[in-house]
Write a protein that binds this ligand. Structure first.
Ligand code: FES
Length: 281
């Protein structure tokens, strides 16, 4: 690689070309418009970056920081906290095996062992062909269908080592796989990341969400006439909501000191000042 090519390569890694930058800027403006404060848009913007690069890239971090008036250290701190944000290029499909307690004892651990051996990768590792990133995942609120495997967050219920291996083989071969609930197909990691950034792909209402096992308890409760007891504050016996924190009062987030200038809206600053004045008088 020549010095010039090397320089171009470094430029590519640390910034977007003008066309991509303009497109990401327009998308980011749409995300920011949903929130009272721009910095609140960081989480969906990190998904947006993943939809472009397949992971939270250095240039993606720089883009988010510049767009939101944050430092790259602040953006990195958030990106490294959540496991859905990838710090290295992800495969086309994230195959997640639930090994949380219920799935584990229902066969999740066996599925994990078999799939890890079959694909030759461990947790958060990607197959050499770039098709699959394998993950151990926590409970996906699908325990009624344990053991559960997720492919790019679509449900594959009641799996076995053999059925999970077949899913992985089909994904590797480029064959379509069909989730057992929800959407009728599985999109790519980048496409899924764009949905998580808040851009609807029109598939959210496809298929069945809550199936028969999910609704069994509700049906039983209705048949038996069971209802939940009235909630009250356990410590005081007061009705629910009567002891919730008030804005500017004890336990209110309005007491939290600002971390950046963008963290303070004029209205919040005025309220904080009047609260502080009231305390002093
Ligand atoms: S423990 Fe696996 S979905 Fe709940």
């Amino acid at each position: 690689m020549s010095v010039e090519q090397s320089a171009q390569s470094r430029t590519h890694k640390t910034s977007y070309d003008p066309e991509t930058h303009a497109r990401l800027t327009a998308d980011s403006d749409a995300i920011v418009a949903r929130y009272p404060q721009a910095r609140s848009a960081l989480l969906p913007m990190l998904h947006l970056v993943q939809s472009e690069d397949g992971y939270v890239s250095p240039r993606g971090i720089a883009f988010c920081a510049a767009h939101l008036g944050l430092t790259t250290a602040e953006v990195s701190a958030v990106a490294t906290f959540y496991t859905q944000y990838k710090r290295h290029p992800n495969g086309t499909y994230t195959v997640g095996v639930c090994t949380n307690t219920l799935c584990a004892i229902m066969g999740g651990d066996a599925i994990w062992e078999d799939l890890s051996d079959h694909l030759g990768v461990g947790h958060d590792e990607t197959t050499d062909d770039g098709a699959i990133t394998l993950e151990r995942i926590e409970c996906n609120a699908a325990c009624d269908y344990a053991p559960v495997v997720m492919v790019n967050w679509e449900f594959f219920d009641n799996q076995t080592p053999d059925s999970a291996r077949q899913i992985a083989d089909d994904l590797t071969a480029g064959k379509p796989v069909v989730p057992t609930r929800g959407a009728a197909s599985v999109c790519s990691f980048k496409e899924m990341s764009r949905v998580l950034a808040g851009f609807d792909d029109g598939r959210a209402d496809e298929g069945v969400g809550a199936g028969v096992p999910t609704l069994r308890g509700l049906q039983l409760a209705r048949a038996e006439g069971w209802t939940a007891p009235e909630y009250s504050d356990a410590s005081t016996g007061a009705p629910a909501g009567s002891s919730e924190p008030k804005v500017g009062g004890e336990q209110s987030s309005a007491q939290r000191p600002a971390t950046t200038p963008a963290d303070v809206s004029p209205a919040a600053e005025e309220l904080k000042q009047s609260t502080d004045d009231a305390k002093e008088s």
